[in-house]
Design a protein around this ligand. Structure first.
Ligand code: SF4
Length: 438
């Protein structure tokens, strides 16, 4: 007689790195025979993987915990906000357990205490590539944890500790398993992707390990997309791999600001003229390069002049994709005590001006794609057509490509299409007769 298999629900908040943590927890629980419930009601216990980065994210995490408690009653809290157990228990004293980020063992232990596993784990329930919360054709690949920088607005180093890189062979093995399972695109993430391996080779004088890791991933023949690449000098050496088609011609570099005084207060490198030169060289070497970045407006001490400097820099840099955030205090961050906090209305006004400029720049660049041929990775198909992404679009954060005739297409297909319309971040394209599905 088969035993009743207990079931676990999970709510995953925050960034892609937290999503990977959730996937690891689920994979392990599934391997132990637990079922995964899509609803609170059907679960024996619910895990809430929280985000603790901004105050607004902490509030969202507390709401999610409250919702899970009301609907289910048995709740285990993990993730970045888990480091502040006092704050969580002040609002929700009845949670079963609170653990911090990537404390997988502690989460599994708390699940065991709440709902013991069945005696006979069904290993076959877990595919070799693990369980994923993303669609079947793309996956996040986390290559390291932690960060050695000390940006004044960020508490990641105190939450997650210094840089700890995964061994390259582990990463390449995981990427190969994902490729065998049908993944077409790998999104390489970490807190600091360009720094990968610096902890493994300290003082050794070897080439930066991100270069050989990128080469090895590039040999898999997938779309390899790099996120969160701090602009170290050796990042220049990734560009030829993009030109050669080993990596997607896409680079996500979080610049955060351009004004030297704001960057100094942020404790980040402050030579944005040199960066403009580097961007120009990257584009010369790889004309299809898509540059994505994020910026913070309203940082403490940011004057109107600093902000206009940033706008001027953006006009010259002509980044392809720009994300913008209004500065918020983060509990425990050094920036909280800086002088010159900016009024909310001013932040809002600067946010609107920057996003409008970024929209115009992106829109102008998108118009240059009209009539061109692009490869599109199909994400969704329904009766109205298909939605996919070009090499220039990362899932969730960038634009989409709409294809009207979806006959015979399924998610994960890679097709060639001709662009006939463009607006803001999105493109409309028709399949070319020799469209190649894979
Ligand atoms: S580099 Fe990124 S993760 Fe590291 S301290 Fe700065 S903002 Fe935080």
């Amino acid at each position: 007689m088969s035993q009743y298999a207990p079931s676990v629900g999970i709510v995953s908040l925050g960034c892609a790195k937290a999503l990977v943590d959730s996937e690891r927890i689920l994979t392990r629980l599934r391997a132990e025979g637990y079922g995964i419930s899509p609803s609170y009601e059907g679960a024996d216990v619910v895990i809430v993987n929280t985000c603790g980065f901004l105050d607004s994210a902490r509030a969202e995490s507390l709401d999610a915990i409250g919702e899970a408690l009301a609907a289910n009653g048995k709740v285990i809290v993990t993730g970045c906000m888990g480091v502040d157990e006092t704050a969580i228990r002040q609002t929700h004293p009845n949670v079963l357990a609170v653990t911090g980020p990537h404390q997988y063992e502690a989460v599994i232990g708390a699940v065991h205490a709440a709902v013991p596993p069945v005696d006979d784990p069904h290993q076959s329930l877990v595919p070799p590539e693990g369980l994923r919360l993303t669609p079947r054709h793309y996956a996040y690949l986390k290559i390291s944890e932690g960060c050695d920088h000390s940006c004044s607005f960020c508490i990641i180093p105190s939450l997650r500790g210094p840089l700890v890189s995964r061994p390259a062979q582990d990463i390449v093995d995981e990427a190969s398993r994902l490729a065998q399972a049908g993944v077409k695109e790998l999104l390489v993430i970490s807190q600091d992707t360009g720094a990968y391996g610096q902890d493994l080779t300290r003082g050794g004088g070897q080439p930066p390990p991100i270069l050989s890791l990128a080469e090895q991933l590039g040999d898999l023949g997938l779309w390899i997309r790099l996120h969160y690449v701090y602009p170290y000098p050796w990042v220049d050496r990734l560009i030829p791999m993009m030109t050669a088609g080993k990596l997607l011609p896409y680079l996500d570099v979080p610049f955060q600001h351009a004004s030297p005084s704001v960057l100094r207060s942020m404790r980040r490198p402050a030579d944005h003229d040199k960066l403009l030169d580097r961007i120009a060289r990257w584009r010369d070497a790889c004309p299809d390069l898509t540059l994505r970045s994020t910026f913070i407006v309203g940082f403490p001490g940011e004057t109107e002049r600093d902000f206009e400097f940033l706008l001027g820099w953006l006009e010259r840099a002509k980044l392809d994709r720009v994300g913008c955030f209004k500065y918020e205090n983060v509990a425990g961050a050094a920036a909280n005590s800086l002088p010159g906090h900016v009024d909310e209305e001013v932040k809002e006004e600067r946010f609107n001006r920057l996003t409008e400029l970024a929209r115009q720049v992106t829109n102008d660049k998108m118009q240059t794609k009209l009539g061109g041929s692009i490869q599109v990775l199909i994400d969704e198909v329904d009766e109205d057509g298909a939605i996919g992404r070009s090499m220039a679009d990362s899932p969730e954060v960038d634009g989409e490509v709409y294809i009207e005739d979806a006959t015979g297409l399924t998610p994960g297909d890679l097709i060639t299409a001709k662009v006939f319309a463009a607006e803001d971040y999105d493109l409309w394209a028709e399949r070319t007769p020799d469209a190649t599905n894979r």
